[in-house]
Design a protein. Structure first.
Length: 149
């Protein structure tokens, strides 16, 4: 049985959606948290999700996104955290390459339908939308390089 209204504010709602009071309390708790802690938690969550999805296009998107976040946030993280995130990012990039080689392009349910576009500002030119897909010239050309489709 689903509880439609929670007027007491003491018990969690059973609808799966947080109440406006729950959201207000969360925002009050979040406001004093230092930005570097929020960034570290965001990076950690994104990298954990990428690890769970290794070999899929989803993982590429998550790794590239984490790389962009890290590049922008690096100066705001302490040295130890920055080194750890950089190491994890590099390990995930290599693991993604290896996982893609093992999967040989097999598509999984709920994966992105195609490789994600390179991140904006990555310096990698993006092909026009109507460009035909490139043919693989050799097994080495199947390697995924961060920021390239």
């Amino acid at each position: 049985m689903t509880e439609e209204a929670n007027t007491s504010g003491d018990q969690p709602r059973e609808t799966g959606q947080p109440s406006s009071e729950d959201i207000r309390k969360y925002l009050e708790q979040l406001r004093p948290v230092p930005a570097d802690q929020v960034l570290a938690e965001t990076l950690s969550s994104t990298l954990t999700a990428a690890q769970a999805k290794l070999g899929r296009y989803d993982a590429r998107l998550l790794i590239d996104t984490a790389g962009l976040i890290f590049t922008h946030a690096r100066g705001y993280l302490n040295d130890e955290a920055a080194k750890q995130f950089e190491q994890v990012l590099n390990q995930l990039r290599m693991a993604q390459v290896q996982a893609e080689q093992r999967s040989a392009g097999q598509q999984e349910e709920n994966d992105l339908p195609q490789p994600p576009a390179p991140p904006a500002g990555s310096g990698v030119p993006q092909a026009p939308a109507a460009a035909p897909p490139r043919q693989q010239a050799s097994p080495a050309s199947k390697l995924w390089v961060p920021g390239r489709p």
